[in-house]
Design a protein around this ligand. Structure first.
Ligand SMILES: Cc1cc2nc3c(=O)[nH]c(=O)nc-3n(C[C@H](O)[C@H](O)[C@H](O)COP(=O)(O)OP(=O)(O)OC[C@H]3O[C@@H](n4cnc5c(N)ncnc54)[C@H](O)[C@@H]3O)c2cc1C
Length: 397
């Protein structure tokens, strides 16, 4: 297993370009976005124009072709400035473009992946239902055969980008009795499909720039070209997709931790109490050091996992059992540790700001509210621990 890792000059240049762009165009809108709980349509459009909605997608399918490492760089930079923009990009890219790239036919890639990677269409991914969260194989949204096509009926919840997406990767049960092993299929649902509507949009603690929507499917008729991957293999499509999402969530957590440490360093160096900057207090220094150690450890984990996924390529049929198992365990590790360390580091940074950290509108206050969800979505951290434990008990340490 290769352990050494360094960024190429092109990757460094990409990071710098993203950082400059975000500072110039995204940072100025964040206060208003958070207060008004508004989807940031204008900055999303600008990011689409820059190609940031197709970073890991090969150029032949309209993307920038920068792989998972390039994509992690993007998410790390987004994590430094705003989790809402990170989630919008992540729901589209990790969860929308990945299953199309990995499992789509050539025709599906041309029709759905290309415009999505070019930034002309927005994607979402819908697995969760009122009765099926952690137990994601228990989906009840029903896909019944009709001729050579399908009729889909049911309710989905908590779909990021659900209100705005042009196309949604939808996981439904073709045979509820079979469950995840053969009874679940992935479909491509378009906004204009008759019978499909967006229901309730949730009010949330954080991620105020994102929609978290209910989807209502009332006898939606889908042709055979809407099946993504094989009939009955939708659970595998969903889990493989989440492996990519979990690494990018780790990258976003890394960025959020870096921003929190940077703010804590600035604040504690400037804030004077008892006649000296509080950064001169050893207890403060210890906290800053703990933050920096977690950041360094997570950086290695994230880029190791992203580089591994790049080496594996985008054809799931070519992966050995061992490769799949390693990838899944790495993704769960990165997601779980990254989200918990981010919550801890941001909490510590907020504490070091004293009362100011609790005041609405400071970046650290928004980061604190935004960070919590990463321990929950794309599989709760309890589920990540189950994934790691199962692999330990199957393959060993
Ligand atoms: C803001 C937001 C955005 C989201 N975006 C999306 C999206 O784009 N697409 C999508 O499909 N979903 C999305 N989700 C859904 C999210 O992935 C689920 O909420 C999450 O997987 C947990 O499911 P649940 O809420 O049903 O909780 P439950 O599954 O009901 O879990 C409740 C508690 O029980 C624990 N638990 C459950 N089973 C076990 C077990 N076997 N062992 C140990 N503990 C267990 C859980 O860890 C948790 O602590 C989003 C959710 C939110 C809040």
């Amino acid at each position: 297993m290769p352990i050494d890792f360094s960024f190429t000059p092109d990757q460094e240049a990409f990071r710098q370009a993203v950082r400059t762009f975000l500072e110039r165009e995204v940072v100025p809108v964040l206060g208003r976005m958070d207060e008004e709980e508004e989807f940031p349509a204008e900055t999303v459009r600008r990011m689409q124009e820059e190609g940031y909605f197709g970073v890991p997608v090969p150029e032949e399918y309209g993307g920038l072709g920068l792989g998972k490492v390039g994509y992690a760089l993007l998410l790390e930079e987004l994590g430094r400035v705003d989790a809402s923009h990170g989630t919008i990009v992540g729901a589209h890219t990790s969860l929308g473009t990945t299953p199309l790239l990995y499992y789509g036919t050539e025709e599906q890639k041309r029709r759905w992946l290309l415009p999505a990677a070019q930034g002309k269409k927005l994607l979402a991914f819908s697995l969760t239902e009122p009765g099926s969260g952690s137990d994601s194989g228990a989906v009840r949204t029903r896909a019944e055969r009709e001729g050579d096509g399908w009729v889909v009926t049911g309710n989905k919840i908590y779909v990021s980008n659900g209100k705005e997406a042009d196309t949604i990767v939808l996981i439904a049960a073709n045979d509820p009795a079979l469950g995840p092993k053969g009874g679940v299929t992935a479909f491509l649902l378009d906004r204009g499909d008759p019978g499909f509507s967006v229901g309730r949009c949730e009010k949330k603690m954080g991620l105020h720039g994102t929609s978290t929507a209910e989807l209502v499917l009332d006898h939606v008729r889908l042709g055979p070209e809407r099946v993504l991957g094989e009939v009955g293999r939708g659970f595998v499509v969903a889990m493989t997709t989440l492996d990519v999402g979990r690494v990018s969530l780790g990258a976003a957590s890394l960025g959020a931790m870096e921003a929190a440490l940077s703010e804590a360093l600035t604040f504690t160096s400037q804030r004077t109490q008892f006649g000296r900057p509080i950064s001169e207090l050893e207890v403060v220094q210890f906290r800053l050091a703990d933050m920096a150690m977690k950041i360094q450890a997570l950086r290695y984990l994230v880029y190791h996992a992203a580089a591994h996924q790049d080496r594996m390529g985008t054809d799931p049929a070519s992966w050995s059992r061992t490769e799949r198992a390693e990838k899944t365990r790495e993704a769960s590790t990165v997601k779980c540790l990254g989200s918990e360390w981010a919550s801890e580091v941001i909490d510590q940074a907020l504490q070091l700001h004293g009362g100011l950290g609790y005041i609405r509108g400071t970046p650290i206050e928004r980061a604190y509210r935004d960070a919590r969800i990463s321990e929950i979505f794309e599989g709760t951290n309890e589920i990540q621990r189950l994934v790691v434990a199962r692999d330990l008990l199957t393959r060993g340490a």
